[in-house]
Design a binder for this molecule. Structure first.
Ligand code: GLN
Length: 242
């Protein structure tokens, strides 16, 4: 069994440890004897996204988002093909924003998104940002669990048809809205950096399972020893929800 990951714009979109997500996916696969191939692709590099089980884009500042958007929009048809063929997609913050309608940055500059989903993102103002630790409750794939992360975004994302989680503490999609991220069973977009997966092994396994299901009918992931990960998660939950 092997998992093929395409890490898009690895050199531009990588904030607050987002690259740690790749590390975790790789390690959790290898511990289970699943080969894990990680390829990268950035501006002007030819690649067929549909050949991969998992696409990953991290977060980035407005400048990086503007830099890559033309390149990303050229890949729209190919990313659609990947989705049609059941590739799983993980998007953090700036990457998440770019799959919606548009992102209006703090200077009023509009960056068009891929438009796959209805949600859109507008900045409140240059000085107002959602910053800090965040805790959410997730209900996905028949599981209910708590997750933690760190958010830092000016963009306020609205019109999210199916949020990933319910905010227990922090902001999420927009100030005080109560919902965090987007999840439709195939695309997971979230504001949670930190990075997301080391502290939330349940999310890591959910992603690995869904991504492997693209090419394998029967995917059973045996449990790993997550004692330290769970300790870290619970420590953060205690701190955030105290
Ligand atoms: N530039 C975007 C914003 O400020 C995304 C930031 C990020 O990826 N952390 O909303």
């Amino acid at each position: 069994m092997n998992l093929k990951i395409l890490w898009m714009y690895h050199d531009l979109m990588d904030l607050y440890g987002d690259r740690g997500n790749i590390q975790v996916l790789k390690t959790r696969c290898l511990k289970r004897g699943i080969d894990c191939q990680v390829d990268t692709c950035s501006l002007n590099q030819k690649v067929d996204c549909s050949e991969y089980d998992l696409l990953f884009i991290g977060g980035g500042a407005d400048k990086e988002q503007s830099l890559l958007v033309d390149d990303l929009l050229k890949r729209k048809e190919n990313i659609q093909k990947a989705m049609d063929e059941h590739t799983f997609i993980l998007l953090i913050c700036g990457g998440y924003q770019l799959f919606g309608q548009y992102y209006l940055d703090g200077d009023g500059h509009k960056i068009n998104g891929l438009g796959f989903f209805d949600y859109y993102t507008e900045s409140a103002s240059r000085d107002i940002r959602c910053i800090g630790n965040i805790a959410i409750e997730v209900e996905a794939e028949g599981q209910v669990f708590k997750a933690v992360g760190f958010e830092n975004h000016g963009g306020q994302t609205k019109q999210v048809s199916s949020p990933f989680g319910r905010v227990l503490s922090g902001q999420g999609n927009s100030f005080g809205c109560g919902s965090e991220g987007f999840y439709n069973g195939q695309v997971l977009g979230t504001y949670m950096h930190g990075p997301l997966l080391p502290k939330n092994p349940q999310i890591a396994d959910l992603i690995i399972r869904k991504a492997l299901m693209k090419r394998y009918d029967h995917v059973e992931l045996f449990p790993l020893d997550d004692e330290l990960e769970i300790k870290a998660l619970n420590t953060m939950l205690d701190r955030i929800l105290k």
